[in-house]
Design a protein around this ligand. Structure first.
Ligand code: NDP
Length: 450
């Protein structure tokens, strides 16, 4: 007879880990199934190793500015192989840490890939064999995978996962895409001494963000040395790894040692056999209601597989809200109304609330007031080089309520995280104005803006 669990969670990424531990804390018997390492995209091949690479690559600009502050540096060289190895070691440490936390929480970790046999039965397959389990409830938290465009030679290129598997970096990389991953990786690679060309099919970067901010990031990336070609998408890739050639729609031909396709991600439901459970999909995504429930009442889903807001903290909160509601007797829903996000480009962009474009589209241009400050921060006063900061508040004129706070520049993610609290409490521009400035700082410009 198959073992029966109160909850079976499929996928040990951010959402699955959070839900499994919280449900176990509420007293549920929980099994968590994972065929890969523990931690998911964020820990293994996303946010965490990416940010470590950002810190590593940012030394280039710090060192370039150091002489203005009286530092005489000798022969300074970057060894990306050391950075990549150290980042991998840190990811190994975190993988082990998460396994330990599951043990402490009393969650049973099952290594293998899950497949529905019926709405309540799952088959878990691993190198050791097959195991059949029964679940009163199932949470699908399998995340997403990078998508390669359907062009000849796409298989010759890297996707973002591959970046973290490299022992060293090539001399040149062509990056396709203008989104989060393309822009972040372009800055990382250029900082580590790689020649980077970026092909963007639109006429600007970071679609969906406030346009003035994406223009500021673009200017900064240009100064950093990223060669950006707009209005161009690849049509074919030829050659072999080490010497690749990319033809684009603008009739250009580019040579590079490697090509990175950062052309989006999609839910990873392959192999789950959702038909056997009767779970309905919309394309690749799993639609859910506000309680994370699929069309099958005892099957829930959180995180990138529902393709709503694909960010780690959102997946974590969805997982905990599910566990609190179903096993903790404290029904609650994830609040998606003011989700801050950041793009860890150099310069960094962070944003919460409505962009100027969204606010004007929703309320009408005359109903919206925009306040901005553009300046070179004190950190760059001596070198007199590097990107300028842009801080921007989007305000509803009639109520004085701040609808959006946006920033490009140093520490913008840290600053916007705090601004998000104020916006969530309904802060007005007058509330910002009567807040005493903390001087000298970059963030003070948010409370001294004309
Ligand atoms: P995005 O959707 O952000 O960007 C995809 C880019 O690829 C867009 O510029 C898109 O153009 C372009 N594109 C798509 N198809 C093609 C094609 N066939 N040819 C040429 N260009 C193409 O996806 P990412 O992969 O960058 O990131 C995936 C998700 O991961 C993000 O949405 C985000 O949720 C998450 N993420 C978050 C980060 C953070 O919070 N800092 C960091 C990294 C990822 P177009 O705009 O015209 O469609």
């Amino acid at each position: 007879m198959a073992e029966r669990w109160d909850l079976v969670v499929i996928g040990a990424g951010s959402g699955g880990l959070a839900a499994a531990k919280r449900a176990a804390a509420h007293g549920a018997r929980v099994a968590l199934i994972e065929g890969d390492r523990v931690g998911g995209t964020c820990v293994i091949r996303g946010c965490v190793p990416k940010k470590l690479l950002v810190y590593g690559s940012a030394y280039r600009e710090t060192l370039a500015n150091a002489t203005s502050f009286g530092w005489e540096l000798g022969d300074v060289r970057c060894k990306p192989a050391t950075l990549l190895a150290n980042v991998r070691a840190e990811v190994d440490r975190l993988d082990g840490l998460h396994v330990g936390l599951l043990v402490k929480a009393g969650v049973e970790l099952m290594r293998g890939w899950a497949r529905f046999e019926s709405p309540h039965e799952l088959l878990v397959t691993s190198a050791e064999g097959e195991q059949r389990i029964d679940a009163n409830r199932v949470l699908i938290a399998v995340g997403g995978r990078p998508v390669r465009p359907a062009i000849p030679g796409a298989e010759l290129a890297w996707v973002s996962d591959d970046l973290f598997l490299q022992d060293d970096l090539p001399a040149s990389v062509l990056i396709v895409g203008g989104g989060y991953i393309a822009c972040e990786v372009a800055c990382i690679l250029v900082g580590l001494g790689v020649a980077v060309t970026q092909l963007v099919r639109r006429d600007h970067l970071l679609a969906g963000f406030d346009r003035e901010l994406s223009d500021a990031v673009q200017a900064g990336m240009g100064e950093l040395g990223v060669s950006i070609r707009f209005g161009a998408a690849p049509v074919r890739i030829d050659g072999s790894p080490g010497i690749l050639s990319v033809d684009d729609t603008a009739a250009g031909v580019h040579q590079a040692a490697a090509v990175l396709l950062a052309t989006g991600r999609e839910p990873f439901t392959a192999g789950l056999n959702l038909e056997a459970a009767g779970v309905r999909q919309e394309g690749a995504r799993l639609p859910v209601d506000a309680d994370q429930r699929t069309n099958i009442p005892h099957i829930y889903a959180v995180g990138d597989v529902i393709d709503r807001i694909n960010l780690t903290p959102v997946a974590v909160d969805e997982g905990r809200a599910f566990a609190d509601s179903v096993f903790g007797g404290k029904p609650r829903r994830t609040d998606l109304s003011l989700v801050a996000s950041a793009v860890f480009t150099q310069p960094e962009l962070a944003s919460v609330g409505l962009s100027e474009e969204e606010a004007k589209r929703t309320l009408g241009a005359e109903a919206v007031r925009v306040h901005r400050a553009r300046f070179r921060s004190l950190a760059l006063a001596l070198p007199q080089r590097g990107p300028r900061c842009l801080l921007k508040l989007v305000v509803e004129d009639a109520t004085d309520r701040v609808l959006g706070a946006h920033m490009v520049g140093e520490h913008s993610a840290e600053i916007i995280q705090m601004a998000a609290i104020a916006l969530g409490m309904g802060a007005t521009k007058a509330d910002f104005d009567r807040t005493m400035a903390l001087h000298p700082s970059v963030a003070e410009e948010f409370v001294t803006m004309a």
